[in-house]
Design a binder for this molecule. Sequence first.
Ligand code: ZN
Length: 355
Amino acid sequence: MTVIALDIGGTELKGAVVAQDGTVVRTERRPTRPTRPARPAQPARPTGPARGAGAVIDTVLGFATELADLARHAGTPPRAAGVVAPGLVDETAGTVVRAVNLDWHDVPIRHRLAEHLGLPVAFGHDVRAGGLAEARLGAGRGSDSFVFVPVGTGIAAALVTGGRAVTGARGIAGELGHLVVRPGGERCACGGRGCLETVASAAAIARRHARLTGSTTLDAEDVHRRAVAGEAAAGQVWAEAVEALADGLAATVALLDPERIVIGGGLARAGEDLLAPLAAALAERLAFRAPPRLVAAELGRRAGCLGAALLAQDLAASGLASWSVSAGGMPSSGGVPSSGGVPSSVGVPSSGGVP
Ligand SMILES: [Zn+2]
């Protein structure tokens, strides 16, 4: 059965139509926020977070309709949709509790999409869904105990242990980027100081390099290139990022004992220039044990969207695709049928479930 998948990001929406055998039939991208006109068409309309949130929701709903139409025109109407979002999400309720980059606060996105599309909708956290995709299709294959760490603008982790991604009491487990690795250090967007993200995220690498050199137009990839070319400031910033990441991963390994660590996100494109020094720094910190394998993610930027497709396929395969969308758009239980058939968290099947 065909499903549609959506990965809602702060700057870009990624969408896909995925066939029953997992083949990605079509992928599409849209900006999360349409380019604003130079002069607002209706200056009297209220501005601020509420309007921004509504505009993004409308964009998401419109994009979902396009994807569903693409599937229908191909003669394979979708049986379900999967959507993943960043930030603080309540996977059970199907709600984005807070996503700063989207201006979203308590948005019942699963309900909105189900109502809009007339389809069952599965919902998950983008990083945990990415972990699910890496588990079944990528670098986590064959392991039911690994940590998926995308290092990009921010840093997060999907903590897969015993074949399940840990969600925590409030759905925010895996906020590795806000682990304090440099006490008293730089102020973080979260309000804390010295969080891993302030040293090792792609944004931090660019910012710290700019502070040393005054070059404000370079991104983390440029800094990486300059480090390889031998520029001292770039080399220093890169090394500090690696050391901080190793501190964060060492804490993660001490707590979870994963079999492997899968590094993804934009920074993983540095390949061995990141993985080799990181593995060495991690081994140094884990004197009491052998370090887990450190590998590069395999799915790149598609991980979240593929994870959304897997959630949708799981939902459709669970037989719930046949439930009719009521007038309210959702079943009476508030979104999750009580049968337990809907994965309210990203479940990663243990060995048996890995294709
Ligand atoms: Zn923080």
